[in-house]
Design a protein around this ligand. Structure first.
Ligand code: FES
Length: 94
């Protein structure tokens, strides 16, 4: 399973149960995070450009934080979304 970080030209081959944030950290794709990946700060929000159906469903905490933080329907919290297949993600600051 591959996660492509666009437009950084970085791609991570993911490991079982790995989140987008885990994959980003491993390949050096800078992603905001200030809660240590527990799903409460929303700093790790990413837009899913391709492969939204290849991610785990939003967790209960992700649904709450997404609503509170006004995430768009195509956005996910990178620390909560487990990669289940190939996908491409981007942010507004890359
Ligand atoms: S790192 Fe804080 S919500 Fe993802």
């Amino acid at each position: 399973m591959l996660v492509t970080f666009k437009p950084l030209a970085l791609t991570a081959a993911t490991r079982p149960d790995e989140t987008i944030l885990d994959a980003a950290r491993r390949v050096g794709a800078p992603l905001g995070n200030s809660c240590g990946g527990v799903g409460v700060c929303a700093r790790c929000r990413v837009t899913i450009a391709e492969g939204a159906d290849k991610l785990s469903p939003p967790t209960a905490i992700e649904r709450r934080v997404s609503q509170r933080s006004n995430l768009d329907p195509d956005e996910r919290l990178a620390c909560q979304a487990v990669v289940l297949g190939d996908c491409t993600v981007t942010t507004s600051y890359w």
